[in-house]
Structure formats: C-alpha cells, structure tokens
Write a protein that binds this ligand. Structure first.
Ligand SMILES: CC(C)(COP(=O)(O)OP(=O)(O)OC[C@H]1O[C@@H](n2cnc3c(N)ncnc32)[C@H](O)[C@@H]1OP(=O)(O)O)[C@@H](O)C(=O)NCCC(=O)NCCSC(=O)C[C@H](O)C(=O)O
Ligand SMILES: [Mg+2]
Length: 303
C-alpha cells in the first residue's frame, strides 16, 4: 500500500505520549532512546514555579541540539492566566516542536488566544514552522464547552485533545477507581467531540507506575473508547501503550481478509458480504484499509 506525507500525518502513530519534566535534565537526555511515539516536554504541573524559566530554556536548548525524529515533539506550556504561559509559547515558537499542549482549557477563546500568541511569535521569529495546538481536557468547564472547543479545529491549528484525569478528578471532587466510573461520560464526550471535528485524542495518565496490570486494563478501556493512544509518565509504561494501541495481530488478519474478499472477482458489485462469518460492508473495508496502513506506517517508521 502507498503512503505519502499526508497519510503519515493522518495515521501518525500516537500510541504512547511520554511526559518529560523540563526541569529534569537526566530524563530529558534519555528520550531519544525511548520508544515513545510522542514526547511531551512539560513546563506545567511537573515543574515548580521557581524552576519554570530554567525548564523553558532547557527545552529550547535541547530541541536546538537534537533531532528527535520520528518522534512527534510537543511542549506543554503553562496556561495563559499564569505568569509563564505567554513566554512559554514565545519560546516554543523558536523550536522545532510539532505542537504546543495548552493546559486548563475551558472554552474556545483559550485556543484562539494561544493561536494569536503563537502566530505572532512565529512571525516575529521569522519562522515558517507549522506548530500546531493540542488542548488538555481536564476542567469541568471544558466538558461543558467541548463541542465549541473541538470546533476550533476548523479555524485554528488545533489538532489534538489530551485527557487530564488528575485535574478532572480534583475539580470534580471525584474518586478514581479501576473502572474510572466517574469519568466515563467525560471520556466518551471528549472522543465524540474530537472525532466530530477530525481531531486526534489521547487518553490520560496512569499514576501507579508499578501496577502494570492496571495500566494494561486502562489501556484496553481507552482503546475500546476510541482513543489513539495514552499519555505516560514513566519509560516502563511505553511498551504496554505501544502494544495495546497498535494494530493487533487478529485485527490485521481480519483487515487483510476483508481487503482480499472485496478484491475477489466473485464479490464484484457486492455491497455486503460475509468475511470469516461476519457481516462486512464497504465501511468495514475503509476501516480495514486504515488498520493496514497504520501497521505499515509503524513498520516503516520503526522497522
Ligand atoms: C514519577 C517520576 C518522578 C519517577 O522518577 P524516578 O524516581 O527517577 O523513576 P525511576 O528511578 O524509576 O526512573 C528510572 C529511569 O527512567 C528515567 N525516567 C523516569 N521518568 C522518566 C520520564 N518521564 N521521561 C524520561 N525518563 C524518565 C529516570 O531518569 C531513570 O533514569 P536513570 O537514572 O538513567 O536510570 C518520573 O517518572 C517523572 O517525573 N515522570 C513524569 C511526571 C510528569 O511529567 N508529570 C506531569 C504530567 S502528568 C499530568 O500532569 C497529567 C494531567 O495534566 C492530569 O491532570 O492528569
Ligand atoms: Mg493536569
């Protein structure tokens, strides 16, 4: 199957998105050798107020020195009501980052305000870089405004959502449990809004680093809900995320069987056929092609 840059962008793997605190040089130096599809350099919650400026220059310096390709590089800036948000965006515009991640988003205006600053910063840096915007969905008000926030994708460079379940739990005064009972509505509404406007969407972090079974179960849940991948906080979480959010062997087999069945001259002109006992229509053929394309892109990128 053929793929070009457009396909790569559309089907780019975002199975694992690792947060790396901008104040932790040791962790930052390790990222090139880790198997995260996306690296999110953090300037927000993982960085103390008195370390914010140093963390910002660490990130700018590091991105100036290293090429992390094929990883997608994202910088989580501080929110614009904080003393650091605007300068974080200006600094990000001087890097080769693919996107900024905006925390504590509550409404469309937050995206437009960030866009305005980002565009101005790129202009004043004489940069033709195409830095996109991702939004954290972690505030109750964001859930109330989720449709209008997602709609910003039509007239800004917003291209992704990231769930922030720690902040959401805090703001809702909710308790977390293995089934994430309190957050199901928020998770589903966010996926719905993201897909309605063609956005990517990444699930929240799993805090208990040693609990691999718990992480695996939560990845499965996120995959079932439709997320593209999961944010991670520790290198030991990457393999599980990559495994569960990548196309599975049985999915690839079924996808190939669907493609073969529709290509079979015996099925010419058929809108609906049976493949391995399952009712299969042209929409399943589209899904099947996308599974194969994704697995080919992963193989091409990572060998
Ligand atoms: C949680 C940690 C502070 C634990 O760090 P540490 O005690 O150093 O762990 P280990 O000794 O097990 O680490 C082993 C080696 O791995 C490196 N390491 C650890 N974490 C990372 C990382 N994230 N990226 C790269 N490398 C990492 C260590 O340096 C060790 O290396 P070595 O010394 O050579 O053996 C730490 O894992 C951490 O800080 N994680 C990220 C935390 C973070 O970014 N939090 C903010 C994002 S989460 C969030 O805010 C979600 C959202 O907003 C919400 O609301 O839910
Ligand atoms: Mg948060």
């Amino acid at each position: 199957m053929q793929f070009d840059n457009l396909n790569l962008q559309q089907h780019r793997p975002r199975r694992s998105c690792l947060y790396v605190p901008g104040a932790n040089m040791r962790a930052m130096e390790k990222v090139g050798g880790l198997t995260a599809d996306v690296v999110i350099f953090d300037l927000e919650d993982a960085v103390l107020p008195n370390a914010k400026m140093e963390a910002r220059s660490n990130i700018v310096h590091m991105l100036g020195q290293s090429n992390l390709s094929p990883k997608e590089v994202v910088i989580r800036v501080n929110d614009l009501s904080s003393p650091w948000g605007a300068a974080d965006i200006e600094a990000a515009a001087r890097t080769n980052a693919d996107a900024i991640l905006l925390p504590k988003v509550t409404c469309a205006q937050d995206i437009y305000a960030a866009q305005k600053l980002l565009s101005a910063a790129l202009k004043s840096a004489n940069s033709s870089a195409n830095i996109g915007i991702w939004a954290m969905i972690e505030m109750p008000m964001a859930l109330l405004n989720i449709g209008q926030i997602a709609a910003c994708a039509t007239n800004s460079s917003l291209y992704g959502f990231v769930m922030g379940i720690n902040d959401l739990a805090k703001e809702m005064r909710a308790l977390t449990n293995p089934k994430r009972s309190a957050f199901k509505g928020a998770l589903q509404q966010s996926v719905m809004a993201a897909r309605a406007y063609g956005l990517n969407i990444i699930d929240g972090v799993y805090n208990d680093i040693a609990d691999v079974d718990g992480l695996r179960a939560e990845c499965h849940q996120g995959r079932i809900y439709g997320f593209d991948g999961k944010t991670a906080i520790h290198p030991s979480q990457l393999e599980i995320c990559n495994d569960i959010f990548g196309p599975q062997e049985d999915e690839i087999k079924q996808a190939q069987a669907i493609i073969n069945a529709f290509a079979d001259p015996e099925n010419k002109g058929q809108g609906v056929i049976k493949v391995n006992g399952k009712m299969t229509e042209l929409l399943h053929l589209e899904q099947a092609k996308s599974v194969i394309l994704k697995s080919e892109i992963i193989a091409k990128i990572y060998g």
